[in-house]
Design a protein around this ligand. Structure first.
Ligand SMILES: C[S@@+](CC[C@H](N)C(=O)[O-])C[C@H]1O[C@@H](n2cnc3c(N)ncnc32)[C@H](O)[C@@H]1O
Length: 302
C-alpha cells in the first residue's frame, strides 16, 4: 500500500530519486511522456533513461501498465529511432510490449518538410504481465449495424478456418490503433497558464489512456509531469494521482493547474449533476459518488 504522502501529490524532484523512495510494485498505471531526444531543453536537466526504465519496472504492480508516449527527433535527415530502442529496452527489462498506439494530430504544417508528416508519436503500452484493467473505448461508428458477419481465420499453413456467425453488429465499435487529436492553443487544453510548458500532452489523449487502463480510485503516476496534464485528467476522472517534475517553473504551473481542477471537480460533485462525468467508455463504471474527494494541496511540496 502506498503511503498517503504519495497519493494526490505533485512532487518537485528528479523522478529517479523520487521513484527510489517508492516501494516495489505499488503503481497500477503510469501515463507519461518523457523528453523526446534533445528536442527541448526543459531547464537542461539530466535524462537517465536506463535508471528511469529500471525504476519504472520495479514500481509497477503485476498487471500494471506503463504508457510511454514518445516521438523521435529527425537527425541527419532520418528519424533517430530512440523511441524503438527504448521500447526494446523495456522489453528486455521484463515488460510486455502489449500494444503500440499511434498518436496522430490534426493540422500539420508541411512547409518544406519532405515527408508525409512529422515523425509520429507512439504510445507504447507496456505491461507487467497481462494488464489487469482494459476498458476499451468504443467510439467508432459501425457501418453495417445489425448485420451478422461470418468470420474467417487464416491458419499458419495458409488454409482458412470458418467460424460461426458473429452477434449482430452494434452501433459502436472499438477504436483502432491510430488516435487523432486536435492540438494547438485552446485545443491541447483550455488552461491558458499551461502553455508556459512547451510540450504539453493533449488533455484528451491523457484522458483516453487513463480511462482505458485504470479504474476509478486507481493511482495514476507521471514521472515527467510537466504542467500536470496526467494528474489533472486523473483527478477529473476520479483517479488518484502522483506526479514528479524536475523543473520548478513547470512544477509550479502544475500545482496551480491541479488546484483549478480540484475546484472544477468539487463544482461538478457539489452540483451533483448525477455526477456522471463525461466518459467515452463504460459509463456505468465511472460513477464518482464512490470516490472520496482528494485532499487539497497546500503550496509547493518539495
Ligand atoms: C514532454 S514533457 C511532459 C509534459 C507533460 N506530459 C504535460 O502535458 O505537461 C517532459 C517533462 O519531463 C521533465 N523532466 C525531464 N527530466 C526529468 C527528470 N529526471 N525527472 C523529472 N522530470 C523530468 C521536463 O522538465 C518536462 O517538463
Amino acid at each position: 500500500m502506498l503511503d498517503a504522502k504519495y497519493v494526490n501529490r505533485l512532487l518537485h524532484c528528479d523522478c529517479v530519486a523520487g521513484m527510489q523512495e517508492l516501494p516495489d510494485e505499488c503503481i497500477p498505471l503510469t501515463v507519461t511522456s518523457p523528453p523526446y531526444d534533445d528536442m527541448r531543453e526543459y531547464g537542461g536537466h539530466l535524462f537517465d533513461f536506463e535508471a528511469i526504465a529500471q525504476q519504472l519496472y520495479r514500481v509497477t504492480m503485476p498487471g500494471g501498465v506503463v504508457v510511454w508516449v514518445v516521438r523521435d527527433a529527425v537527425v541527419s535527415r532520418g528519424e533517430s529511432g530512440t523511441s524503438f530502442r527504448q521500447a526494446l529496452r523495456f522489453q528486455e527489462l521484463g515488460f510486455l510490449l502489449y500494444e503500440t498506439i499511434i498518436m496522430d494530430r490534426t493540422g500539420y504544417y508541411y512547409g518544406n518538410n519532405p515527408r508525409y508528416g512529422g515523425s509520429p508519436e507512439y504510445a507504447f503500452v507496456l505491461s507487467k504481465g497481462k494488464p489487469m484493467t482494459l476498458n476499451f473505448i468504443t467510439d467508432r461508428r459501425n457501418k453495417n449495424v445489425g448485420a451478422r458477419q461470418r468470420c474467417h481465420r487464416r491458419r499458419k499453413d495458409g488454409g482458412i478456418d470458418k467460424c460461426g456467425l458473429s452477434k449482430p453488429i452494434g452501433m459502436w465499435g472499438r477504436r483502432g490503433r491510430v488516435w487523432v487529436y486536435s492540438v494547438g492553443f485552446n485545443q491541447t487544453t483550455k488552461d491558458k497558464a499551461a502553455y508556459r510548458h512547451s510540450a504539453l500532452m493533449p488533455e484528451a489523449m491523457a484522458e483516453d489512456l487513463i480511462v482505458s487502463f485504470s479504474l476509478p480510485g486507481d493511482l495514476v503516476f507521471d514521472p515527467f509531469s510537466g504542467a500536470g496534464t496526467t494528474a489533472k485528467m486523473a483527478l477529473l476522472n476520479c483517479r488518484r494521482y502522483l506526479g514528479m517534475e524536475i523543473h520548478e517553473p513547470y512544477h509550479d504551473t502544475a500545482l496551480q493547474r491541479i488546484q483549478v481542477a480540484q475546484a472544477e471537480l468539487a463544482r461538478r460533485l457539489d452540483k451533483s449533476l448525477g455526477i456522471h462525468l463525461t466518459q467515452k467508455a463504460n459509463r456505468a463504471a465511472f460513477r464518482c459518488e464512490r470516490i472520496e474527494l482528494p485532499e487539497r494541496h497546500e503550496g509547493n511540496q518539495k
